[in-house]
Design a protein around this ligand. Structure first.
Ligand SMILES: Cc1cc2nc3c(=O)[nH]c(=O)nc-3n(C[C@H](O)[C@H](O)[C@H](O)COP(=O)(O)OP(=O)(O)OC[C@H]3O[C@@H](n4cnc5c(N)ncnc54)[C@H](O)[C@@H]3O)c2cc1C
Length: 157
């Protein structure tokens, strides 16, 4: 919703309506909504679950995958390419980059599971923090080094 709010603020041609399912149960039932948020574009299901502004723009842009593939193909190879941008991937990237190794992170989304929770309570030396805050700190720490972060990419085995 925040991503859609932002897009509507920046572009007067974009409008969106937020519906609280608890208040409009009939709407939930008629659309058979099983997960929130559920996004409908012109009446058709567009997406479900957490999506960033990047995810939404990529989904709207038919040639996004092609452009991203071209951009990835144009990059020089990495000495270390880490798959995953959660706390483990971020730590690995920091340690690798500190050694002067050309390092990249490729991840579906940066932050990993930490993004899915507000309350983080046992991260050593931090008694309590919030998921998005921890992710922002992780990203800032990784960006202290020359690490190329590539999100919105799924690696397959
Ligand atoms: C609701 C909730 C509450 C939690 N609360 C706490 C807490 O209070 N304290 C605590 O210590 N822990 C908590 N955790 C657990 C903590 O979030 C995880 O232990 C931690 O995120 C694991 O880090 P990770 O980097 O190993 O993996 P993840 O966080 O799972 O990150 C995996 C990364 O890999 C990427 N990825 C996966 N597959 C692919 C692929 N094929 N291609 C590209 N990228 C891929 C994902 O996009 C993501 O970036 C909580 C988890 C949840 C869901």
């Amino acid at each position: 919703m925040q991503a859609l709010n932002l897009m509507a603020l920046l572009n007067p041609n974009i409008k969106h309506t937020m519906i609280d399912g608890a208040l409009f149960q009939q709407e939930v039932d008629s659309k058979n909504v099983m997960a929130v948020p559920s996004i409908y574009l012109n009446g058709e299901l567009f997406g479900q679950g957490r999506m960033t502004a990047d995810d939404i723009v990529d989904k709207l842009d038919d040639s996004a995958a092609e452009k991203q593939a071209d951009a990835l193909n144009a990059k020089d190879p990495y000495d270390v390419l880490i798959v995953g941008g959660g706390p483990a991937g971020a730590s690995a990237a920091i340690y690798a980059a500190r050694k002067g190794i050309r390092t990249g992170i490729v991840a579906d989304r940066f932050g990993g599971q930490v993004l899915d929770t507000m309350a983080i309570e046992n991260f050593i030396s931090v008694s309590e923090t919030e998921g998005p805050k921890l992710v922002a700190n992780l990203e800032a720490h990784v960006k202290d080094y020359e690490v190329d972060i590539m999100t919105g990419q799924l690696a397959s085995g």
